[in-house]
Design a protein around this ligand. Structure first.
Ligand code: FAD
Length: 461
């Protein structure tokens, strides 16, 4: 099949970002993707007139991440609709309220903490991987409203099931980025042109700069000889599930895997990695450390919002299931994602990753969760179309608790193996979701090239 400088495994946010940057820097690059769809966990697929996203709901790039990557590639990532309002379910009084009422705290205390955060260098926050966020906040304030605000955003962004158990480094780095780059605590938006449009742009940037993207082509294994990467062996759909393929080899001196911790060892030979490193991967792949939730797409003819159609509604405890979650109108973000005259709602409720394989539990929780939603939104009685989905395999990511982030994640450079890199938001990286994955791609490209790219990117390592 010939030889390229770099093979990238996976055409999700990390893989397409890495490949597009490498192609722009003049490297020959092939992206190899198992699925027929671009986008990986961010893919968007058509279904009965709706466009459903596997992952991407809203993009959390406050400006210095994927937006700058697009600029560097000579493209534009339009920031479409943003959530202009946040309503919060008051579980003590069973009614909706505003985030401002719920987390009122002392304004001067909040300002003081924001100033300290802005004055603290990223490098210092980077060292707080084993600290809870509250330990850091407590050094500067005792105001419950400030704790609540920071912790509430962390639940929402990272889908942490325990509101009190957030890493200081990951969460404070995100807050600092958002305050610095977007001037507010949390900023997210719908990508103009939709999620499929976003990934298509990155794909086109690879092709225009001479790269190739092989879709529907799984990598069977990474080939490593004498501690050096030699390329990848390509697979195809297996006739017998236990078939051993003898597929073609795509040669390269560098392979960038974007596979998450829970499936990377199916493709990268574990025996060639140091024990401590593969143990780190296996540890993070455990069910109880995955961010897991019950997902629902629901369509109504009449809108059901509380204040405004662009609101993001959230709660820490739904009325009976007691799970935390979120709810928003995707049609309001992008009317092309549902048939005219309909409103497509997206929502989720967190469950412990340790229980997500118990289908009886999952079904029971869906029943309770859907009943809760009708209490919170009586208009949902008029739901005429819906799809349930379970977020666990793949998961949103590894939960961002103290001791599970930053230096506790496997490094992006494989130890002992020249030319093997891991660009994944489940490996060492910072940020949220798709933007974090793109930043992981950027980090690996810079390491491979041996220099920083001059794109005005925000802090990423
Ligand atoms: C339900 C859900 C909701 C989410 N919501 C949001 C959100 O609102 N906002 C946000 O920013 N993020 C969100 N995320 C997280 C976000 O989707 C991920 O962080 C991001 O897409 C990860 O990108 P990645 O490139 O690191 O990995 P992936 O997208 O997982 O890419 C890995 C790619 O590798 C491919 N692959 C696997 N095995 C092979 C093989 N053997 N050979 C070749 N290719 C292979 C896969 O098909 C995939 O395309 C959500 C995730 C989920 C699951």
């Amino acid at each position: 099949m010939g030889k390229v400088d770099v093979v990238v495994i996976g055409a999700g946010a990390a893989g397409l970002t890495a490949a597009a940057l490498l192609a722009k820097e003049g490297r020959s690059v092939s992206v190899v993707e198992a699925s027929p769809w671009l986008g990986g966990r961010g893919m968007a697929v058509p279904e009965e007139g709706f466009r459903l996203n596997l992952g991407g709901h809203l993009l959390e790039d406050s400006g210095g991440g994927l937006t700058k990557v697009f600029e560097y590639l000579g493209r534009k990532l339009g920031h479409g609709a943003s959530n202009s309002d946040m309503v919060v379910w008051d579980h003590e009084h069973d009614r909706w309220g505003s985030i401002r009422d719920r987390y009122s705290g002392e304004k001067s205390e909040l300002k003081k903490v924001i100033k300290v955060l802005l004055d603290t260098p990223y490098e210092e926050l980077d060292r707080l991987d084993d600290q809870p966020m509250r330990a850091w906040l407590s050094k500067y304030t005792s105001d419950q409203g400030v704790f609540d605000l920071f912790e509430f955003i962390a639940v929402l962004e990272c889908m942490t099931d325990d509101w009190w158990d957030h890493s200081a480094s990951d969460n404070l780095i995100c807050r600092k980025m958002h305050y610095e780059e977007a001037g507010r605590a949390a900023y997210s938006f719908w990508p103009e042109g939709g999620w499929d449009g976003l990934f298509q742009e990155l794909h086109d940037a690879v092709i225009e700069n001479g790269g190739q993207v092989l879709m529907g082509t799984p990598v069977e294994t990474v080939i490593i000889e004498n501690g050096e990467v030699k390329g990848v062996r390509l697979g195809r759909e297996k006739v017998l599930p236990n078939e051993i393929l003898e597929g073609e080899v795509l040669e390269a001196d560098c392979v960038i895997s974007t596979l998450p911790v829970w499936n990377v060892l199916r493709v990268v030979p574990e025996s060639l990695l140091p024990d401590w490193y593969s143990a780190q991967i296996r540890f993070l792949a455990a069910d109880h450390l995955r961010i897991s939730w019950l997902g629902l797409y629901m369509a109504t003819k009449e809108p059901v919002h509380i204040n405004s159609e662009h609101e993001l509604a959230t709660w820490l405890h739904a009325p009976t299931s007691r799970i935390s979650g979120f709810f928003f109108n995707q049609t309001a973000m992008d009317p092309t994602t549902s048939p005219a005259g309909t409103n497509l709602y997206v929502c989720g409720g967190m469950i412990p990753g340790s229980k997500a394989r118990d289908m009886q539990y999952v079904q029971r929780m869906f029943e309770a969760f859907e009943a809760d939603l009708k209490v919170m939104y009586p208009g949902l009685e008029g739901t005429y179309w819906r799809r349930r989905h379970l977020v666990h395999d793949p998961s949103f990511g590894v939960i961002q608790k103290p001791g599970l982030v930053g230096m506790f994640r496997p490094h992006w450079r494989a130890p002992n193996i020249d030319g093997l890199y891991f660009a994944s938001e489940t490996f060492r990286s910072r940020g949220i979701g798709v933007d974090r994955a793109a930043k992981a791609g950027l980090t690996v490209v810079e390491d491979y090239l041996g220099r920083r790219l001059d794109g005005g990117f925000g802090w990423h390592y």
